[in-house]
Design a protein around this ligand. Sequence first.
Ligand code: DSN
Length: 478
Amino acid sequence: MTNDAASAAYQSALSVIESVEPTVAGAIRSELADQRASLKLIASENYASPAVLLTMGTWLSDKYAEGTIGHRFYAGCRNIDTVEQAAADHARELFGAPHAYVQPHSGIDANLVAFWSILAQRIEAPALAEKGVKHVNDLTPEDWETLRKALGNQRALGMSLDAGGHLTHGFRPNISGKMFEQSSYGTDAETGLLDYAEVRRSAQEFRPLVLIAGYSAYPRKINFATMREIADEVGATLMVDMAHFAGLVAGKVFTGDFDPVPHAHVTTTTTHKSLRGPRGGLVLCQPEYADSVDRGCPMVLGGPLGHVMAAKAVALAEARQPSFQTYAQNVASNAVTLADGLMKRGARLVTGGTENHLVLIDVSTFGLTGRQAESALLDSGIVTNRNAIPRDPNGAWYTSGVRIGTPALTSRGFGAAEFDRVAELIVDVLTGTQPTAAPSGGVSKAKYAIADGLAAKTHDAAAELLDANPLYPGLEVS
Ligand code: DSN
């Protein structure tokens, strides 16, 4: 990345913003400084290119464009059609998908579109056909009641939260947990690995309409060919949420049985994680789901964000370059270096390693909760997030794990030597942190003390790595 032109663009933009709302201009500057000054290891974060970021700051934001390409509920959408078409074309080409829908504003939205599409395709359409009704508007109130019950009483089977599944895969804090009767599959108690025989047994017993694969904290790849076989055996639709590892699919690290797109009926993703695009989502699907996926807006989505769809097009164009494959390979090899570096220094990792972009450390072996470890690392300039581990005795709030990912620092240029040093810094901080007494007596799950001088020393060591690998080199913002 060379950023001389971007410097001029940002300087001008910030002076315009400053003249209206200086607090916001200050926060934008401050966020760049913060991101430059910390080891960003949150597995779901990355750094989008200046081209992607600048695309979002445009008047494409000012247009309403509900509907689909060439079929809008508003006049004057030709430029939004152009950017949506470009993003969808890039997505189809990049992932080899028959159909792409790039309007979802987030991963949750992409999953909602997928759920709606699956319900419409599998339940609503056959129910209407059986009654000889061509359109839902022709239904009687009694028909609606019958259909509502049919739509609202379906089953979804996904990975359990503590094994690394996601809230939007049928869990109660998300609407998917209200839409579906949910059951989940976990991982093997010994190895921590997904047990396909167990998934098959659960699917045969539960008979879900939707089998969901994908994760936000499972450090291994998934065999999607096997998941599709299981889905077919029980008559389920296979939906894959590849939000975390879309960059590894785009970069051809996950191919064949480990590439979800040819195997899933519907694949969803965010665009801002390992894919390194703007904050948003998209849906890929087989042809039979395309019509209902395209009705995502206004069925479950608000009006499309033209400026973000344009930025998705730019990011997806970047991901189609050969350099993105090198990046994706580095993300995965850096994760292996990080995992090895942590384990050789005594850390226990869930599943004993990684095959993707993340590792999950069981910090209980350091006598800490995830919350204590996350806070001590943050005090030391290392940004991670606490995460439950399988069968976590500390639940989802305190947790016993810390999730660490390589996409962001790999974008910054970190390689094997840097990630080994990062592993050393992390283990030093975890080893040098102790829980302290809770106000009510006993050991606190939140309070901790770091050995004298350790946080400052770690900050200095982190700064050395960061200075050698600057974020947006050449980009000057004052
Ligand atoms: N919040 C994202 C993550 O951190 O994994 C998933 O939605």
